[in-house]
Design a protein around this ligand. Structure first.
Ligand code: CMC
Length: 424
């Protein structure tokens, strides 16, 4: 068996290697503390494999992303979001019958309990929809308690996938003070979401094929991304055997931050700010290079991709095509392209291997669809949902899963005696 050798305080320790199906090598340190008394120190977990997983493969150096072995480019071009959900969650492409059965189940479970509708009344209209999404996802566990039976767990998975988009659309309707639009079973997953978002009782709403297809593409591109911050959170919470809805609710919170899913909102806000400032790109590039400014080029950089993010390449092309098909022109698309061009020739960005990530162009597409900026991260969550579910499911069925409980290097005070208040 291949091993790694560790020299520590004059002693030598042998650690087994673990090799993945794409020849990725990990040093298995599960016995390290017991053997040596030491732990590893890896803030931000940049070198830590937290699990074995057969769902998504990323090669950041070569810009490769595959779900269950299928290249993202092929899925983006030929599949739809419902099929990708099936693939990611169940591990294989569905037959026609399996696809139809799955699609039917997803359309039959879209309504939320009428009591849940009352929750929306309690939120302020200005409340961020991600706050609503996370608490609503967790609240589903009050209506559909956790069960042990695999079929019942599967039913909860369907419920979550089906109802999440209804909750997302209702949260938008609440924010603009319009009546909720109920789901329609005759529509596809994406068309139904658009209908719930944009239809009003007073007049018919025509769903644009271009928009529905663009939404499908966006959701496919976000569907899973191995052990990112929100997915690791779902696994972390689920490792204590918390139920699916609670684990996903925590994942929504982790996604919200501007360094993760919240970046798509931050990108558009940044582009709008630069546009309002007379398209002064260089000023903002210089600010991003100045560590003291606290400003980062949002939508740039990635922990794993060090060449290009294949999702960003697909979206850049698609943003231009969709805008053209819709007869729209967006100055922010032009601005984004110019900013990318300048950054990609700037030594600061080149030497740090900083490239546009998935969030750089996605916001331009969401804008073209009429989705408000506050809802961008909700769209990311809708796309990432099958990934969270599949990772939760994989974790729960893995016999090697233990409660996630990292260690630390303590740097606080050593033991000292308590001093009563009057003597301090
Ligand atoms: N603008 C300017 N400088 C940057 C940027 C940026 N967007 N990203 C990284 N850097 C610099 C950073 O200052 C550091 O420089 P130095 O080595 O001189 O100290 C170097 O590049 C490495 O950065 P890091 O913060 O150590 O890298 P990380 O792997 O910890 O963080 C990241 C990755 C995505 C959080 C970061 O690149 C970032 O903050 N990007 C902007 C936010 C963003 O677009 N997030 C979406 C990520 S993709 C979608 C998702 O997964 O949610």
């Amino acid at each position: 068996m291949p091993i790694a050798t560790l020299q520590l305080n004059g002693s030598s320790f042998e650690l087994p290697l673990i090799v993945g199906s794409e020849e990725e090598v990990g040093i298995d340190i599960t016995k390290l503390r017991a053997m040596t008394g030491a732990i590893v120190y890896d803030p931000g977990y940049g070198n830590t494999g937290s699990c074995e997983s057969s769902i998504t493969f990323i090669n950041g150096e070569e810009g490769i992303l595959r779900y269950r072995g299928y290249p993202i480019e092929q899925l983006a071009q030929q599949s739809d979001f419902v099929e990708v959900c099936y693939l990611i969650i169940y591990g294989k492409l569905p037959t026609k019958e399996e696809y139809e059965a799955f699609r039917t189940k997803l359309t039959r479970h879209t309504m939320i309990h009428e009591d849940m509708k009352k929750f929306f009344e309690g939120y302020p209209r200005s409340g961020h929809p991600m706050a609503v999404m996370s608490s609503m996802a967790t609240s589903l566990s009050a209506f559909y308690p956790e069960v042990d039976d695999p079929e019942e767990i599967d039913l909860n998975i369907i419920r979550l996938l089906a109802k999440f988009k209804t909750i997302a659309a209702f949260s938008y309707k609440k924010s603009i003070g319009q009546p909720y639009i109920y789901p329609r079973n005759d529509l596809s997953y994406t068309a139904d979401f658009l209908h719930m978002m944009f239809a009003v009782p007073a007049e018919p709403y025509e769903i644009s094929d271009v928009v529905a297809r663009a939404l499908d593409l966006l959701l496919i591109l976000h569907a899973d991304h191995e052990q990112n911050c929100s997915t690791s959170t779902v696994r972390m919470v689920g490792s204590s055997q918390a139920n699916l809805f609670a684990s996903v609710g925590a994942g929504v919170c982790a996604l919200w931050g501007p360094l993760h899913g919240g970046a798509n909102q931050a990108v558009i806000e940044m582009l709008e700010m630069i546009h309002a400032d007379g398209d002064n790109f260089q000023k903002y590039i210089d600010m991003a290079k100045d560590k003291d400014s606290g400003f980062r080029l949002m939508g740039f950089g990635h922990r794993v991709y060090k060449n290009f993010d294949p999702r960003a390449s697909i979206l850049k092309k698609s943003a231009a095509e969709v805008l053209e098909a819709m007869g729209q022109q967006d100055p922010l698309l032009h601005l984004a392209r110019r900013l990318e061009e300048i950054a990609l020739h700037d030594e600061f960005f080149v030497s740090r291997k900083l490239y546009p990530n998935v969030d750089f162009y996605s916001g331009i597409l969401y804008r073209a669809m009429g989705i408000p900026v506050d809802m961008f991260t909700v769209m990311f969550a809708l796309g990432r949902l099958p990934g969270w579910i599949a990772q939760w499911k994989e974790m729960r069925s893995d016999p090697s899963t233990r409660i996630n409980r990292p260690r630390q290097i303590y740097t606080g005070a050593t033991e000292r005696d308590y001093v009563p208040m009057e003597r301090r």
